[in-house]
Design a protein around this ligand. Structure first.
Ligand SMILES: NC(=O)c1ccc[n+]([C@@H]2O[C@H](COP(=O)([O-])OP(=O)(O)OC[C@H]3O[C@@H](n4cnc5c(N)ncnc54)[C@H](OP(=O)(O)O)[C@@H]3O)[C@@H](O)[C@H]2O)c1
Length: 242
């Protein structure tokens, strides 16, 4: 299926995909590279990142694919990455925050939760979650028994807040669910391939600036819900996800 009828990007357009050495992130990076976008693969482990870049170059030999180490839970790594991005590439146009999750299963750790749940106005709420885990009363305090689910909820809400903050600058910010995909995270179970799971993320990222939609949560190229203050056109009667 085509991503857009309006090809607005060129080879100088920079896309960054976090956690793109494997899984859905790899497939998103691979498609950006095939579309002729300068694609930055990021990986915690540089060797795994190198292997991913080589694989993409094999599929799309004329593409421009760069690699940089990035562990989103390590502030020093994030700072190094941002500095490199600014100095070497002058910034970015597309960011896919693919590596944004805590742990699969119901494993709790206050320190890990702290890393995931501190952005902007969600900080207080995130802190309450962390404190409740530390006190061992998160269930009694009404929190779900899922680190993964809560971290995803916080990220979805943060997406909505960012969308509101960046709307006037013409930046679209959306969240999406790839569906249940066969990757390491799902222990290779799932009904979809990682490539199919990448589809909605790429479709959103390549959306024409003329077709501005922001602040929503998407699945299968449809809006599932919306939390930002002004809802995008089409939200009131969203098609149900498959
Ligand atoms: N698979 C599904 O069914 C499914 C369903 C819903 C949502 N999702 C979401 O889709 C996204 C991608 O998941 P996936 O299924 O493709 O998982 P995956 O195959 O396990 O890949 C996860 C990627 O994230 C990287 N990563 C993990 N922690 C990181 C950190 N702190 N900093 C930087 N990178 C980090 C991993 O790097 P390493 O190789 O170093 O571990 C890997 O490259 C996640 O946000 C996940 O929650 C997946």
């Amino acid at each position: 299926m085509a991503y857009t009828t309006d090809k607005w990007w060129d080879e100088n357009t920079v896309a960054v995909v976090t956690g793109s050495n494997k899984g859905i992130g790899f497939e998103i990076a691979r498609i950006f590279a095939e579309q002729g976008i300068t694609t930055v693969v990021t990986a915690r482990d540089e060797e795994l990142g190198r292997q991913a870049v080589a694989k993409i170059k094999e599929i799309a030999p004329s593409s421009r694919v760069l690699l940089h180490q990035l562990d989103i839970s390590d502030p020093a790594s994030v700072d190094r990455f941002v500095e490199w991005l600014r100095s070497d590439l002058g910034g970015l146009t597309i960011l896919v925050n693919n590596a944004g999750f805590a742990y699969k299963g119901n494993i709790f750790g206050a320190d890990e939760a702290q890393v995931t749940l501190t952005p902007y106005e969600l900080q207080t709420l995130g802190q309450e979650f962390v404190d409740a885990i530390r006190a061992g009363n998160h269930a009694a305090a009404g929190w779900p028994n899922s680190m993964y689910g809560t971290s995803k909820l916080m990220l979805s809400l943060w997406t909505a807040q960012l969308a509101d903050q960046l709307r006037d600058k013409g930046v679209m910010v959306n969240a999406m669910c790839p569906g249940w995909c066969r990757t390491d995270m799902s222990s290779q179970s799932g009904t979809k391939s990682a490539a199919d799971g990448a589809d909605t993320a790429v479709w959103l990222a390549l959306r024409s600036p003329q077709d501005f939609k922001t602040g929503a949560f998407w699945g299968e190229r449809n809006i599932i819900s919306c939390h930002s203050t002004s809802r995008p056109e089409g939200y009131l009667h969203p098609p149900l996800p498959h």
